[in-house]
Design a protein around this ligand. Structure first.
Ligand SMILES: C[S@@+](CC[C@H](N)C(=O)[O-])C[C@H]1O[C@@H](n2cnc3c(N)ncnc32)[C@H](O)[C@@H]1O
Length: 122
């Protein structure tokens, strides 16, 4: 990512600040998850995280085999990415319609690689 960390000086002479620490677009409309949802007539969770955001924090804050907990998991972006990054994970979601979308995510595995493009950093 060209602008992973953006530092800007708001006013000349004043300290630099970090207004947008993470710059990750959320404009993807054709990834494997959305394609599978469309094919299955499933309305995708309306507030999904970008995969890359979950990947950043999981790699920043945990090591392989650590346990990642997402108590408000929605379509289980967190668990899906945690699995890719060899973390154990527990995801909790109150709405069955959304938790079922986790199955769609795990249907995306293809030869052990993620269709959707999580990068592994570090
Ligand atoms: C912002 S969404 C999470 C979206 C998720 N990060 C993703 O990428 O799909 C928050 C979720 O929390 C769930 N939720 C709200 N209250 C909850 C509760 N008490 N226990 C479990 N899940 C809850 C909602 O149903 C909603 O799907």
């Amino acid at each position: 990512m060209p602008n992973f960390i953006e530092i800007e000086q708001v006013d000349p002479g004043r300290e630099l600040r970090l207004p947008n620490v993470l710059s990750i677009s959320n404009t993807n409309s054709n990834d494997a998850f959305l394609t599978s949802c469309r094919a299955g007539g499933v309305i995708p969770h309306p507030a999904r995280m970008p995969l890359q955001m979950a990947a950043f924090f999981i790699q920043f804050l945990t090591d392989q085999a650590d346990l990642v907990l997402d108590p408000f998991a929605g379509s289980n972006t967190t668990g899906f990415v945690a699995e890719q990054l060899q973390r154990r994970w527990v995801s909790i979601e109150a709405d069955n319609n959304y938790s079922n979308q986790s199955k769609i995510r795990f249907g995306q595995f293809n030869n052990g690689t993620l269709a959707g493009g999580v990068s592994k950093w570090g």
